[in-house]
Design a protein around this ligand. Sequence first.
Ligand code: ADP
Ligand code: MG
Ligand code: ZN
Length: 482
Amino acid sequence: MSSVADRAYEPVIGLEIHVQLSTRTKMFCGCALSFGEEPNTRTCPVCLGHPGTLPVVNAEAVHYGLMIGLALDCELAPRSIFHRKNYFYPDLPKGYQVSQYDIPLAAGGRLGDVRIHRVHLEEDAAKLVHSGASGRIHGAEGSVVDFNRGGTPLVEIVSEPDIRSASEAAEWLRLLRATLRRIGVSDVNMEEGSLRCDANVSIRPAGEATLGTKAELKNMNSFRFIERGIEAEIARQEAIVRAGESVVQETLHFDPASGALTPLRSKEEAHDYRYFPEPDLVPVAPTEAMVGRAREALPELPAARAARFERELGLSSDTARLLSFRGELGDYYEEALGAARADGGADPTALASWVTVELVPRLPDGDPSASRVRPDALARLVSMVGAKRVSGSAAKEVLTAMAEDGGDPEAIVAERGLAMTDSADLGAVVDQALAANAAAVAQYRAGKEKALGAIVGAVMRETKGRADGGAVRELILERLSQ
Ligand code: ADP
Ligand code: MG
Ligand code: ZN
């Protein structure tokens, strides 16, 4: 029997994601959403929680929520309600957050390989800013509160615990973010907090069906931190279990700078939120027309686009996903492909590889729309490579020039004399190389096939790499067989 110490453990991960919706106004009042305005300029009696005010549900937020539910393949609730989630904190002027509780807007969906537990609507809290060591903020010392964010519409998406590694978690979150960006319901900016992720992590002996006790990592704001935080938490739990102890349920903060995991609160300290139905709001009961409108508003989603790239264009799954999960790259690629098809050149696989492998590292801020390389120009360059009018290495040089100064691939090739040596010229170079490498020729004739390399190398040197290796080989063999 294996001991605890050498058993293999399987991580189990479920994610909870908060998304700020990019509606025009807040969840329950007419205040505009805030993007860095002066503090406390986007407020009204409703979002400041003054007594006697009445909230009204934002129809656009419901529409976006329905779009998210449908994009995640969920069942939409025919009737969902809001609850009050009571707790005291300075960023919560009402003393409760309005959220959905026992009946969420949507549930039981799937994105990729991960099932979606639920999707619900709620409102964001305001923002506390701590002056800390840096002195005064807005003339105040200590902590100040900015109510501009309070009442921003949020959708919370809760996954089932179907994720099995830190890298899978990051990859799935990328797909989710690409999907939300594609449907246009949120800025999904992790640094600015419009997409925030909590990770629930447990481990269990490999092969075991029951779940272990989970710990929750709060509010991680980059893919790299999420991956590192989960990895650190898996290692922490394995060490606990291998030492013969048990993981306790708690909420942790991961500090990316030090890699430390520090407890925020344990199960015993967990809040009792005293949920009760919000009496001031009517239930959300989407009509057929509302659901139809949400369905019609959905474009092709990244997962479907990746599948189409694989199926119809023969791209590898990694390349298809890279292009689709970064929608702007997929758009660039499809535009280049359209141009290539219009003039009969560039193979889809070659073009995809030029976009993902060569263009991406040459992009300013990773943004293809800011690149000086136009999609049709890239398509023409790639078809020149395909037609052996320019070698791969020369084409990379041309692409660098295009990325720096714009311009036309044909013109750059002509200007720099990068065109592939044509076959008449190549014949003469080959003859020269054969004459100059008599020893290698003799070795080849004596059965040493490797000797051919020296002759090919001589031709490539002479043409400065502007010859096609395959064609050179063929020509040499042809000459040697005469
Ligand atoms: P809680 O009631 O503590 O909020 P939930 O059951 O609502 O827990 O689940 C919250 C999140 O935690 C979900 O994403 C779920 O998939 C995940 N989760 C639940 N149990 C586990 C577990 N044992 N290990 C890892 N993740 C889990
Ligand atoms: Mg929960
Ligand atoms: Zn308001």
